[in-house]
Ligand binder design. Structure first.
Ligand code: AMP
Length: 369
């Protein structure tokens, strides 16, 4: 994901796909023109990258130049009158191939045809890297098309959003869904995830989803999910992945307008982490960070036994269940540190100290994202 000015864009067409399309176009034009030396004309500004790559791939001698269409300054009219800059050569009798980065409505193409009407060229061929069939409103023939794309705003590979993005070697698409900040709050049972999530959700206006809380709510209300979950939770074991993943997805869907989420107690396995990535992708979003509260085991046991005196949680009341939960954490969950560290998204925070001090450490980490 990238940000240009105020908008977010997601990867859409890779540099490799672009390269393949340009190669194909260059070969197709060369096959059709044989030994005739074409005059390639790029339409500035957007086509500069395409033209550079195209002529490098063109297997035969060719000439290349650029033109630019500019609106007359100060002239306001419904038919935007354009003037041409840069066409100085005599093109009489030549085969001209217009190289365009993108054709959408076809307005620029209309001007190009108007301008070339009196140039006496032998033939005027149109080659465009990208073409939006849903937006095209003209009848001019497009002789070579690199790639058809849907009618969405794109940037990169010469195309800009208000001046930015032309330099990107791949193409990005405007993200129309709201930008979210999504944080996985991580750490062993008793690390303080729930306590801290309550502060963070207020401060950053995020929705807090604790899978443990959702299970406990279901247990309290004797739902089928609650009964199933209870058989695992009471033993300090993890609830099966698919059950947990389905539940988490339902919770996310309930909050379609969220500005982001704090995931607390999820993911706890590799399968859950992968499912979460897919879910975020389906929302044009991603996990921004895993922030882990680091606390030693003996402090955890002490904290959980203390909490068990008032929380009413059966799994907090018994030291052996507490130790089983911590063991489950190291066996199945701690590996997720690597999952996020590999993506440079892991941030460890010292989880020992006063609640306020720990909140401050977490905020420092989040503010830097
Ligand atoms: P917690 O409140 O996060 O400590 O969770 C309490 C219990 O709920 C855990 O010990 C598990 O049995 C179950 N649980 C919570 N989240 C998950 C999850 N992501 N995957 C599997 N089981 C979970």
């Amino acid at each position: 994901m990238i940000k240009l000015h105020d908008k977010y864009f997601k990867p859409f067409i890779s540099a490799q796909e672009i390269d393949d399309a340009v190669t194909q176009m260059a070969n197709d034009v060369a096959n059709d023109l044989g030994d005739e030396i074409p005059m390639f004309i790029g339409i500035l500004n957007g086509s500069f990258m395409l033209v550079s790559d195209f002529v490098k791939k063109y297997p035969k001698p060719c000439e290349v130049t650029f033109i630019k269409l500019a609106s007359y300054e100060g002239v306001k009219s419904t038919e935007d009158i354009q003037r041409l800059i840069g066409l100085t050569q005599d093109l009489t009798g030549r085969t001209v191939v217009i190289l365009e980065d993108i054709i959408d409505t076809g307005n620029t193409l209309h001007e190009v045809h108007r301008i070339f009407k009196n140039e006496g060229v032998k033939q005027l061929l149109i080659a465009t890297l990208f073409y939006k069939p849903e937006a095209y409103k003209k009848d001019f023939k497009l002789h070579y098309v690199g790639k058809e794309i849907p009618n969405k705003f794109i940037v990169g590979y010469g195309l800009d959003y208000d001046g930015l993005g032309r330099d990107l070697p791949e193409v990005y698409q405007l993200k129309t869904t709201q930008h979210m900040t999504n944080i996985v709050l991580f750490g062993p049972p008793g690390a303080g995830k729930g306590t801290q999530a309550n502060f963070l959700k207020e401060k950053y206006n995020l929705v807090h989803i604790s899978t443990g809380d959702v299970f406990r709510y279901n247990m309290k209300n004797d739902t089928a999910l609650g009964t199933l979950a209870k058989s695992y939770i009471d033993k300090g074991q993890l609830v099966p992945d698919q059950v947990t993943i389905d539940m988490l997805e339902a919770e996310v869907e309930k909050n379609a307008d969220a500005k982001g989420f704090i995931f607390d107690g999820f993911p706890r396995t590799n399968a859950q982490a992968e499912a979460l990535d897919q879910l975020m992708q389906s929302k044009d979003s991603q996990i921004n960070a895993m922030i882990a509260l680091e606390v030693e085991d003996e402090v955890l046991v002490e904290r959980l036994l203390e909490r068990g005196k008032s929380s009413g949680r059966a799994d907090d009341a018994n030291e052996s269940v507490i130790r089983d939960r911590i063991t489950e954490y190291y066996k199945k969950t701690a590996i997720l540190k690597d999952f996020y560290a590999e993506q440079s998204k892991y941030y460890g925070v010292d989880g020992i100290g006063s609640i306020d001090a720990i909140t401050e450490r977490l905020c420092n980490a989040i503010d830097k994202l």
